[in-house]
Design a protein around this ligand. Structure first.
Ligand code: PLP
Length: 429
């Protein structure tokens, strides 16, 4: 028996029984658009806008007094919001802090663990990861006077879309010091088995970290239980905390005594930070890996976004997210797979191996079809050479919107309305 139907009524019916339907009103939605790109930039929750405006008021009213008298005080805001995020990723409060940016946090954590002079010289990553992570790793290797071309080992993909966990484990040998892998691949949305990879890395004496930029806020994590060494993620994708907003880092508590290499005064032991001693002594928690004064406005946006996620519950968010993406896959298979539509699903079909979006592929005209979608008010995104990513967000998208996206795709091909569009892309696709 099919779980879904392809009629419009069926989509509306799914919305009437959606337990998270009420959360849509708690976001600012772009008028007249179907927004399907929350995996790149999530929409603002009204709670986030309120939290930012409260912080602005505190700045006006309390000025410098906000550091101690803000509610909550700005001085410990990064740790406090870190604790909210810890809850979301299965960590204890002191293991997570809101700080920096994803790529900078990769530098901050990898530099703590990567000590090639102690024998192991290599870093293991993969060829499908977000390139910024590779740039950071190349820089880390070069900073030790070594050649990134020799020391950075990349797990290869067999199909250009996904990674095979056994292939990654096959590269874990005694020459590898640190592994940094994505939790969810940014193109295909494949979820890697973080528990298995952590276990296998530790058997071989390798420190393992995950770049969770594409997973936090979309899927469940148990970072402590999986025994991950460290993780980083941004807040502007599935966390909905705004463009370039403050990122997060997780450090497993067994590493709190290690030394931060990228150091600054906000990583100082908090009780004595304002003694302004000349010798550095880091806080024995994730907060010790902070560098500079926290960006209060960004962290306020994170607080609002995390509050709404806690209310919805990540289990329910994940369940609806899988409902939305499974439904979209069903529509692609049943309505859009045959010629002349010729779309393919480029994401894993097994729900547990799929993150928060669906990649669809088309051999010809994918760029122009993406442009035609935009002209119809559907905001998805295009990734070269032939991928359109559709990311329905559980907190603010509906099943009916998913149905409409599929219907627009059908109509664009039927009418051949994409034919008059240019295949050139803007700088930000
Ligand atoms: C979006 C993304 C980043 C972004 O890095 P920033 O430093 O926040 O710009 C990093 N890694 C992955 C896997 C991403 O998806």
């Amino acid at each position: 028996m099919e779980r879904f139907g392809s009629g419009e009524d069926f989509a509306r019916e799914l919305d009437t029984v959606d337990p998270l339907a009420g959360f849509r009103d708690r976001f600012h939605l772009p008028a007249g658009k179907i927004y399907m790109v929350g995996n790149s930039l999530g929409l603002p929750a009204k709670d986030s806008v309120e939290a930012v405006s409260r912080a602005l008021d505190e700045w006006k009213d309390l000025a410098i007094g906000g550091w101690m008298r803000g509610e909550p005080p700005w001085f410990s805001y990064a740790e406090r919001v870190g604790a909210m995020a810890a809850e979301l990723v299965g960590a204890s409060p002191e293991e997570v802090v809101a700080t920096g940016t994803t790529t900078l946090n990769i530098h901050a954590l990898v530099s703590t663990f990567y000590a090639p002079e102690q024998g192991r010289t290599k870093i293991l990553a993969d060829e499908l990861t977000f390139p910024s992570a590779l740039y950071a790793l190349q820089g880390q290797i070069a900073s030790k006077g070594l050649d990134p071309a020799e020391q950075l080992v990349l797990a290869r993909s067999r199909d250009g879309r996904t990674l095979n966990e056994e292939d990654i484990v096959g590269l874990m040998d005694e020459s590898v010091a640190v592994a940094l892998l994505p939790s969810v691949l940014y193109r295909s949305a494949q979820v890697l088995d973080m528990e298995y990879l952590s276990r296998e890395a530790h058997k071989r004496g390798i420190i393992i970290g995950f770049d969770c930029a594409h997973s936090v806020g979309a899927i469940e994590h148990s970072l402590d239980e999986w025994d991950v060494d460290f993780a980083v993620w941004c807040s502007y994708k599935h966390l909905n905390a705004g463009p370039g907003s403050t990122a997060f880092l997780y450090l497993n508590r067994r590493h709190f005594d290690r030394e931060p290499v990228i150091r600054g005064w906000f990583g100082y032991d908090k009780e004595r930070q304002f003694d302004l001693n000349l010798d550095f002594e880091h806080a024995k928690c994730a907060g010790g890996w902070q560098v500079s004064s926290p960006g209060i406005l960004g962290i306020a946006a994170c607080e609002g976004a995390l509050k709404i996620l806690a209310e919805a519950g990540i289990e329910r968010v994940r369940e609806k997210s899988l409902g939305l993406t499974s439904y979209f896959i069903y529509l692609v298979d049943s309505v859009l797979s045959e010629a002349p539509y010729s779309f393919r699903v480029g994401s894993p079909r097994e729900p547990e191996r799929r993150g928060g979006h669906v990649a669809i592929e088309r051999d010809e005209d994918a760029v122009r079809i993406g442009e035609a979608l935009k002209l119809r008010g559907v905001i998805g995104d295009f990734r070269a050479p032939n991928i359109i990513r559709i990311a329905p967000c559980a907190l603010y998208n509906t099943y009916h919107e998913v149905w409409r996206v599929a219907n627009h795709l059908k109509d664009i091909v039927d009418s051949r309305s994409f034919c008059e569009l240019s295949a050139r892309r803007g700088v930000v696709p």
